[in-house]
Ligand binder design. Structure first.
Ligand SMILES: Cc1cc2nc3c(=O)[nH]c(=O)nc-3n(C[C@H](O)[C@H](O)[C@H](O)COP(=O)(O)O)c2cc1C
Length: 180
């Protein structure tokens, strides 16, 4: 029996939404019941037996809505299996340092939540479009080429590893608590 999974995300420019959708779809194909929600709209974690939370990194920071989501739900999340992802690298072909830096940036953010012990942490490629940036970011980044390095196979592959990883957590019960 599988639990109900929450996939919670935040986004600045939209590219993380499609990644979160792909993760949710992959879990549904593995027979999980999945709610896909904006992290700031999540009111109660009580119906969920596992959580996947992800957001972009911008200016070295993980999106504030997922940071607030973690703080708000600390008491529940410290007990549940939680998988974490972040979008960051946007350069193609791959620049290894960008991936290493993104992981270091995410690790620095997660270090602010020492009570959280994610069962999985993943950096995923992102999307960059200077045309949608507003002042003053467009002044800094306006000459950088647009790119989309979201690797849908890699995203689905990672999501495909989650059932086993989430289920290995000691508090994974396989039981969905009634939400009413
Ligand atoms: C203004 C700006 C700053 C960014 N800063 C970082 C950063 O510090 N580290 C990083 O790994 N990626 C950075 N990125 C890349 C984003 O994480 C990537 O574009 C991501 O796909 C954005 O997600 P969203 O479309 O859901 O908002 C930045 C992107 C922008 C536009």
């Amino acid at each position: 029996m599988s639990v109900k999974v929450l996939v919670a995300y935040a986004t600045f420019y939209g590219s993380t939404v499609e990644v979160a959708e792909a993760i949710a779809d992959t879990l549904r194909k593995r027979d999980f019941e999945v709610d896909l929600m904006c992290a700031k709209d999540v009111r109660a974690l009580q119906p969920y037996g596992a959580v996947v939370v992800g957001a972009p990194i911008a200016m070295h920071r993980w999106h504030k809505d997922v940071r607030r989501f973690l703080s708000r739900n600390r008491r529940t999340l410290r007990e549940l299996p939680v998988a974490v992802f972040a979008l960051g690298p946007v350069t193609a072909p791959v620049v290894e340092k960008e991936w290493v830096d993104a992981r270091a940036q995410l690790d620095a953010e997660l270090a602010k939540f020492p009570w959280l012990e994610p069962v999985a942490i993943e950096i995923l490629g992102g999307k960059f479009d200077p045309a949608i940036l507003r002042f003053p970011l467009n002044k800094f980044a306006g000459s950088v080429a647009a790119s989309d390095v979201r690797d849908w196979d890699a995203i689905r592959d990672w999501a495909g590893t989650l059932p086993e990883t989430l289920m290995a957590h000691p508090n994974y019960t396989g039981v969905v608590e009634p939400s009413g």
